[in-house]
Design a protein around this ligand. Sequence first.
Ligand SMILES: NC(=O)c1ccc[n+]([C@@H]2O[C@H](COP(=O)([O-])OP(=O)(O)OC[C@H]3O[C@@H](n4cnc5c(N)ncnc54)[C@H](OP(=O)(O)O)[C@@H]3O)[C@@H](O)[C@H]2O)c1
Length: 348
Amino acid sequence: MKTKIALIGFGTVGQGLCEILLSKEDYLKSKYGFEASIVAISDVLKGAVYCKEGLDIQQCLDLVKDAKNLDEYKCDGTNCNCEKGWDAIRTIKETNADIICELAYTDVKTGEPAITHCKTAFENGKHVVTSNKGPAALKYSEMQNLAEKNNVKFLIEGTVMSGSPVLNLVNGPLAGCEITAIKGILNGTTNYMLSEMEKGMTYDNVLKKAQELGYAEADPTGDVEGFDAMAKVIILSNVVMNAGINATDVDRQGITNITPEMISDAKKENSRWKLIGSIEKVKDGIKASVKPEKLPLTHPLANIMGATNALTFITDLLGDVTIIGAGAGKIETGYSILTDILEIHRKQ
Ligand SMILES: NC(=O)c1ccc[n+]([C@@H]2O[C@H](COP(=O)([O-])OP(=O)(O)OC[C@H]3O[C@@H](n4cnc5c(N)ncnc54)[C@H](OP(=O)(O)O)[C@@H]3O)[C@@H](O)[C@H]2O)c1
């Protein structure tokens, strides 16, 4: 039976997932007996279309590539009654999708509209797969409890390091280990900026370059002041360590006070500044922070350069386990959605 999926948001990640489903259709079917049917897409500006028999994904991708609206979608199914223009809530409630992929924008202050999307899905007996940090960082236990109550899953692999396995690693291969601390580079934009500043670029010039390359947004505050990394630290603390923390519990500092002099002084000392997210179990709970740290070059995280992310789990049985990989990207984050969809498929 095909897994029926609805996409809320058809931007970079939604399109990345669709490209993967097209290119890997035969592989996924022969290896896992997995067949996906995207039955609905709902996006604010790009339009919305629902076909209970499954959409022609290539046609949807072509429409947005040509800057056309999904309202122009043409169904070739017999007796088809495609619906157009449904908003996210109606799509979640009324389509025949089993899985809702919540891929709208992240708002780490309110978590909306994603929190409402997730709640609506759970209340209607639908799984949620999302790379949106909002619901996971602000309301993880509430989302998890509501999903469990409705016998569905809330899967969020893509919220921390895109498709590089982090949460699934903890829940799978590392399940028998106690994780006592986590330390990592969780924001590719700032790691890229610090790497380029070491080559001699000024903060302002490197920020401009990061914006041109699409690493940093027009308003870079979320990255450079450490808010993005903080959301990931909160997710890791709550999912991996069951800590129940929020933003006020994280000692947060960005990279805006790092000067070229500090970088060249560190170089002379065989050290390097990195924006480090850190979580440590302490006697009465956990200690969580995001701040620049001067690491000796012998430290594994000191040698992670450019937009790459890395995370070290300090475990009781295996010692340090480090994962290094992409922290963003169309295909990489689309892949995180696929892994969680496959997890639901495996358990059915
Ligand atoms: N891109 C990455 O590498 C990456 C990595 C990790 C996590 N994420 C997270 O994954 C999510 C998706 O990222 P993205 O890069 O695909 O973002 P994006 O390119 O900005 O796409 C988001 C899409 O969601 C649509 N949208 C906004 N509000 C909506 C609503 N209420 N109902 C339906 N659609 C809505 C937007 O519509 P319009 O633009 O048409 O208004 C846009 O097309 C975000 O939460 C992001 O933080 C992304």
